[in-house]
Design a protein around this ligand. Structure first.
Ligand SMILES: [Zn+2]
Length: 477
């Protein structure tokens, strides 16, 4: 009887999800954040702000919820006061997440499911996991009554994944509320080896920018019964074939050189040799081989160059009409310092056909909901952006505390392969350091913006330790 009882208890325990008491506080908070559906569009970030207020307000934070013209969208700011002897530090996390292909998930992406030591759900990695870590670390300062030499500002942002009311919009009229000496944001990765140990900690000091070009082929518009040699669709197809066979040259900035050198130190031959040749090789043939081998990893391919991705094709409107034009939109993700006019000239030279025009696509090539004004603001901000310096107390604290939480694991700067909302600060010369604050495996990384997104409960604890200790060092008295 007892044995049967024990067996059925064991079965029950195996089936039941762990009680919330078994989750660390960050993981518990993350399950609650995931349950507020902020899939963008439409985002509905204001709902999440109301939830965050219930967490932060009782701890003595000054709360500011900045409404946007869209009543469902707002920015949440919680400020923990210091003695004002130093400028504030800011921790920024976007509240919105991308949508889901529900049928491809094995769990409800909006339920905050706990499975096999992981929190599952949309945003677990990008970036509700980070929002939970940043919020938890900041709230711990208040709970532990840590005396502060500077204000600590926590910001939960709207419209990072698309839309016009992002931090660039927020910064236009409310910069005084988010002004700081330096900031933390999403960005670099803490990558795990297949055996579960931590391979490296990367901190992004710059983000790639995005720009889209229109490739437009022109021809004679006429009846489809009398085709002519100047068919716009054929011309576009030939131009696209040339672009498909082309790749841009590697362009390493300081942070990517440091990153690839870290990969050299943490990998075995022949990969370590390729990383070495890419950074320091003088023989162009060897550099080409290194590029080819390293580029088999799409992430590494992306961070060393301006990438080209066709995203739209548009031609024709009737079955019996040959259209007079055909166009393709190419999305480029560019290395800091890339000039768009030079990029246009580069692609024109590749196409090398007078019947094909290459122009800036403007807002059309940006995420849905980006209007012309938001696009212009983005381009202006991006063109003023320089990588953040490593010479700050925050960067030094991140490195030092990484060494405490992940002993013996190298820390490197990194160029983030996509865009983030850091431009609002970097364009004002305020250093921003990006980190997804939880060790993650390469497999789990592919789930970001994909299916069954998840983050490990243990990693959330390690990330919270790292960020809390960093805050103690940089903002504690
Ligand atoms: Zn993100």
């Amino acid at each position: 009887m007892i044995r049967t009882l024990l067996t059925s208890l064991a079965t029950l325990c195996a089936l039941a999800p762990p009680a919330s008491a078994q989750l660390n506080e960050t993981a518990q908070l993350l399950t609650e954040l995931i349950r507020v559906n902020t899939g963008n569009p439409p985002g509905n970030e204001a709902q999440l702000d109301a939830f965050l207020k219930t967490k932060f307000a009782p701890l003595g934070f000054e709360i500011d919820i900045i409404p946007t013209p869209d009543p469902a969208k707002a920015h949440f700011i919680a400020r923990l006061k210091g003695d004002g002897s130093r400028k504030p530090i800011l921790l920024a996390a976007h509240a919105d997440v991308v949508g889901v292909e529900r049928e491809k998930w094995s769990v409800d992406p909006w339920a905050g499911v706990v499975r096999d030591g992981y929190i599952m759900g949309r945003g677990a990695i990008d970036f509700k996991g980070g929002l939970a870590v940043f919020a938890q670390a900041v709230m711990m300062l208040a709970k532990n009554k840590v005396p502060l030499s500077r204000d600590v500002i926590f910001l939960s942002e709207a419209d990072e994944e698309g839309g016009q009311y992002n931090t660039t919009w927020l910064a236009k009229d409310h910069f005084d509320k988010i002004d700081c000496e330096f900031a933390l944001n999403e960005g670099g990765w803490i990558i795990k080896n297949p055996d579960g140990t931590t391979r490296y900690v990367s901190i992004s000091t710059a983000d790639k920018s995005g720009v889209s070009l229109l490739v437009t082929a022109l021809g004679t518009s006429t009846h489809s019964s009398m085709p002519r040699p100047d068919n716009a669709i054929f011309t576009l197809a030939k131009a696209m074939a040339k672009i498909a066979d082309y790749d841009t040259q590697p362009k390493l900035i300081d942070s990517t050189k440091e990153f690839f050198t870290t990969l050299e130190k943490t990998s075995k031959p022949p990969m370590s040799t390729y990383f070495h040749d890419l950074v320091s090789g003088t023989d162009p043939a060897k550099v080409r081989i290194a590029d080819r081998e390293i580029s088999k990893d799409p992430l590494l391919h992306a961070i060393m160059r301006n990438t080209i991705a066709p995203v739209f094709l548009n031609a024709g409107f009737r079955g019996n009409v040959i259209p007079g034009s055909a166009e393709a939109t190419l999305n480029f993700r560019t290395i800091p310092g890339t000039n768009v006019d030079e990029l246009i000239s580069e692609i024109k030279a590749v196409v090398n056909d007078p019947r094909v025009e290459v122009t800036n696509a403007g807002a059309r090539g940006m995420p849905a909901g980006t209007n012309a004004e938001a696009y212009e603001a983005y381009i202006r901000a991006a063109s003023h952006m320089k990588p953040s310096t490593k010479d700050t107390d925050l960067f030094r604290a991140l490195v030092k505390q990484s060494n405490v939480v992940f002993p013996g694991v190298p820390v490197t700067t990194y160029l983030f392969q996509a865009g983030t909302d850091a431009a609002a600060w970097r364009s004002r010369d305020i250093p921003v350091y990006g980190i997804y604050p939880y060790p993650i495996s390469a497999d789990d990384l592919t789930r970001m913006h994909g299916n069954d997104e998840r983050v490990s409960i243990k990693s959330l604890q390690e990330g919270t330790d790292l960020i809390y200790k960093t805050l103690l060092q940089v903002a504690g008295k």
